[in-house]
Each structure stands twice: as C-alpha cells, then as structure tokens.
Design a protein around this ligand. Structure first.
Ligand code: NAD
Length: 486
C-alpha cells in the first residue's frame, strides 16, 4: 500500500468521472467511500473524449490543472481516447506534467474466486514512470534510420528505487527485486542497478536481488512467489505489470497509483469498456481498489482497510459482477450499484478465506522520501568523438574518406553500423545501412575546440554528418560503450 510522507490527513481530492463505464463505476466507488466514512472534499473536473473533441489535444482543459495542483490528489475513472491521430495520451500528459514518477501496481490473485494462472500471487510492481525510452525523444536520422533516446538519470533512479524500498519498509514487504538488462545496456540499465545496490545497502532488513529482465519477467509470470516488490525501468515495468496482472487473473480488479513528490493519481488499470457502458453491469472493483490506495496515501488508513476487507468479504460471499461470475462459485450476480451496496453492507466485516488486509496505521512510520541530489560532481575528461554520418557506399570507402579527418592525437579508431564494427576489417555478412558511427579517439584529453575543428574538417570534406557524441571519462571511468567487435 502507498503511504503519504506527511502525517496530516488531507481531504481535498480531484475526481474525473471519465467516459464509457467511468461515470457508473465512479458513482459506485464514491458511494462506498462516503458510507465507509472517508473524509473527502471532492472537486470535479472533466477529462477525456468530450474534452479531446472540443479541441484540447491532451484531453484535459487548461483550467483543470489548477484544481489538480490545489488538491494534489486525483481519482480518475477510465477515459476513451478518440480514434484518429493528433490526440495525445492524457495519462502520459498528467504523469509528466505533475511529475508522477512512480507507478505502483499491486498484482494479487483472488483464486479460487477469480481463477488465476498462479494462485497465491501477491506482488507489487514499482515502475519508473518518466524516463527511459518513454522520454519520447525520437529523431529520424536518415531516410532509413530512426532513433529513440533512452534517458536514465541518477536522480530518476534514486527517486524510484528509494520509493520501492520505502514502500516495502512501510508496508511490511520483505524483499525488493530489481530488473534490468545491464548485461547489454551497461551504462543506462547499469546505472539503475548500481543505484539499486547503493540505496539497497541502507535497508539491511530487506532482502534484495537483481534479475536480468528477460528471465526476471519469465519467472514473475511462472513463479511469482519468488517476488514481493519489483522495481524496474519504465518500458520493462509497463510490460511486466500487464503480464503479472494477466497471470493474477485480476486485470478487471486491479488498481494503480501514480505517485509524485507533491501530486498523485489513482486509477483502475482497465479502460472505459464502451461496449458495456450505460448498462449498469461494470465491475467497480479496479477503481475501488485504486481509491483504497488513495485513502492510504491520504493517511485515512482505517477507512482504507475497512473498505478493502469488506470488498474481499463480498467476493468470498459469492456476490459478483458479470465479468467474474461463475456458476460454481457465484451466489448472486449483481450490477455495479448492487455490488457497491453489498460492499457497504459488509463494512466492518473481514474475509475468512483470504487473509484480511492490514494497513500500517502508524503515522510516524510513513515513507521517508529524501529528494535526490541533482548534478553530482566528478572529473570529466573528453577522449574522443563519435561522428555519425549518412553514407551509402562501402564501409572501406567510408573509412578512406573519414580517416583523413583525424588530426594530431585525435585519429579514426573504428567505424560501426548499427553498433557493429564494419571498419577496419569488417565482415561481409554484416548488414550495411545508411547510418554509420565513426569513432575518433585520442590517448590524451581533448577540448571542445578540437571537436569543432574535426566537425569543420568533415564539413569541408563533404562528409554528410548527422550528429556527434562526445566520449567522456568521468573520474577515469569511460562514459561510453565499445562498439560490438571493437
Ligand atoms: P478495456 O479495458 O476498456 O476493455 C477490455 C475488456 O474488458 C472489454 O471486454 C471490457 O468490456 C472489459 N472490461 C474492462 N473493464 C471492465 C469492468 N470494470 N467491468 C467489466 N468488464 C470490464 O480496454 P479496451 O477495450 O482496449 O479500451 C477501451 C477504451 O478505453 C479505449 O478508448 C482505450 O483507449 C481506453 N483506455 C483507457 C484507459 C485509461 O483511461 N486509463 C486505459 C486503457 C484503455
């Protein structure tokens, strides 16, 4: 469960009723919250389809930001993204604008009520939400080559990894697992792993391990009992959280939290289910469990616990919406409102089949999320330059053309295509494209003037260069990878 960093109970929230089944499940959810005694001052905003269609391409009207910033907590129903191009993802806009860096998704199996591929699954994915390939910095470099920048920063890693450990500590979770692909991406994923080891050392009481993402994801799907809290980068977390939700069998029941330093957003993981909208049959559980996460964030922990246990009891008592109803287990199939009424009727009761949920009620035991340090200092020395060029000839001809660009200690060392060495001594089997990297290295540090001079010589020689990257050592450690085969 998510815990706020402050001890004060905060009651103002922003609510968006969304599209499709959104208004139905939100009405049911708010009724349960009210009846359970949640102390909320609700401010309503409009987001989604109608806002998109009125000309706001991100699906949110400008005036809504003021409400979101004032309340800092957002309970959002699913929305419908209109078909066709030109519409930006509302979720990405909200996450990025409000700095919601942590995406927290509990994945729980409710077997035997809801059949699950792995019974007893109970883990939490903490996904970094802002960086990695999702920074959205893409460039078409040539006719045939596009690139997407994978940005991983130390403050970004520190923030999400500390969040994962604090989450584990406050919520009595025993283990935090890190997943990266640092055997391949030694610098970017390597930084995430390194920060995990550094911050993890501050939590000796919590077990920790690191998995290469491919086997890690496979094991999370097949042996979820190996995991408790998993922290990972944005893209991996996106994929992993869908796999684990699917394996748990609870896609329609799962909630999620998006947490920032000052703001937070809570929503179900499912969409607006337009085909069943307006029929009163949608399951409000995903949104209700998101609201439970929200109440814990707001330090309304007793109410959160009461609702969660009443909800579990409702499932156990066989009162189910159509999406999870099965003749062998369901006693009464109900619609959205009647399901909410059944939960309300069970407030104060606890489940007997599932373990009752216990939320940490100690306000002094809240998360301690120290802000990360920006701009750590180190000795930076440049030893070379990667000159990226567009070229349609052979690698040897390119080698001949650019090797004369070297000057003094700065000389051509290698040319790669898609990261693989093609000059000198390239292999005929290697596919050549129109995008090459020419690496010039110097045994001694060089300055910016030498880099600019090399660019000028390339320009004078008619080399169609696209961009340059500096090859920098930080405190003597190379801040660049070697070419494959180099
Ligand atoms: P969906 O999650 O809306 O529906 C998938 C399937 O699950 C459908 O069969 C649907 O009927 C069922 N379902 C989903 N939620 C349910 C519930 N609470 N109770 C009962 N059944 C439920 O996914 P989709 O059909 O791919 O997307 C529909 C729309 O939702 C699209 O416009 C999509 O862009 C949007 N969407 C929004 C969000 C969001 O707002 N966070 C997330 C995902 C999809």
């Amino acid at each position: 469960m998510v815990q706020n960093t402050t001890m004060q109970v905060q009651s103002a929230i922003t609510v968006a009723h969304g599209d499709g089944i959104g208004p139905e499940i939100m009405a049911a959810t708010l009724r349960v919250l009210r009846e359970a005694g949640a102390n909320l001052e609700i401010h309503t905003i409009q987001v989604g389809e109608s806002v998109y269609k009125s000309g706001h391409t991100s699906g949110i009207p400008p005036e809504a930001w003021e409400t979101l910033r004032a309340t800092k907590v957002f309970l959002k129903a699913p929305i419908t993204t209109p078909q066709g191009g030109g519409y930006k993802s509302l979720n990405v806009t909200i996450r990025k604008t409000l700095g919601l860096y942590a995406n927290v998704r509990p994945c729980v199996s409710y077997d035997p009520i809801v059949p699950s591929l792995r019974k007893g699954m109970n883990l939490v994915i903490v996904r970094e939400n802002e960086e990695d390939l999702y920074a959205g910095i893409e460039h078409r470099q040539t006719e045939d080559t596009v690139q997407c920048l994978k940005l991983v920063t130390r403050p970004g890693c520190e923030r999400i990894i500390r969040y994962a450990f604090e989450y584990a500590r406050v919520n009595g979770r025993k283990k935090v697992s890190c997943m990266t692909k640092d055997n391949i991406m030694k610098l970017s994923d390597g930084l995430f792993h390194k920060v995990f080891d550094q911050i993890g050392a501050e939590y000796p009481e919590i077990e920790k391990d690191h998995w290469i993402i491919d086997i890690g994801m496979a094991r999370a799907g097949t042996k979820p009992e190996l995991f408790d809290v998993i922290v990972t980068l944005n893209l991996y977390g996106d994929i992993l959280s869908d796999i684990t939700a699917e394996v748990a069998g609870s896609v329609g029941l799962a909630g999620s939290a998006n947490i920032g330093e000052s703001c937070a957003m809570f929503e179900a993981i499912h969409g607006s289910a337009p085909l069943i909208a307006g029929k009163g049959i949608a399951n409000p559980s995903g949104l209700l469990l998101s609201a439970v996460q929200m109440l814990i964030h707001l330090n309304q922990t007793e109410v959160a616990e009461r609702i969660h246990n009443a909800w579990l009891r409702t499932l156990e008592d066989g009162i189910h919406t159509g999406d999870i109803a099965r003749p062998e287990i369901t006693k009464q199939q109900v619609g959205t409102e009647d399901f909410a009424t059944a939960v309300i009727a069970r407030l104060g009761q606890e489940p007997t089949l599932f373990p009752p949920v216990r939320v940490n009620h100690d306000p002094s035991d809240s998360m301690k999320l120290t802000p990360p340090v920006r701009g750590s200092s180190s000795r930076r020395e440049t030893f070379g330059i990667d000159l990226f060029v567009r070229w349609l000839g052979s690698a040897d001809d390119l080698g001949a053309k650019v090797s004369v660009l070297g000057s003094g200690s700065l000389q051509l060392q290698v040319i790669t295509c898609r990261g693989v060495k093609v000059y000198p001594d390239g292999m005929p089997e290697t596919l050549l494209t129109d995008h090459f990297r020419c690496r010039f290295m110097s045994p001694t540090p060089i300055g910016l003037a030498e880099i600019v001079a090399l660019q000028q010589r390339a320009l004078d020689a008619g080399v169609d260069f696209l961009k340059t990257e500096h090859l920098v050592q930080f405190d003597g450690e190379p801040g660049y990878s070697l070419g494959q085969g180099q």
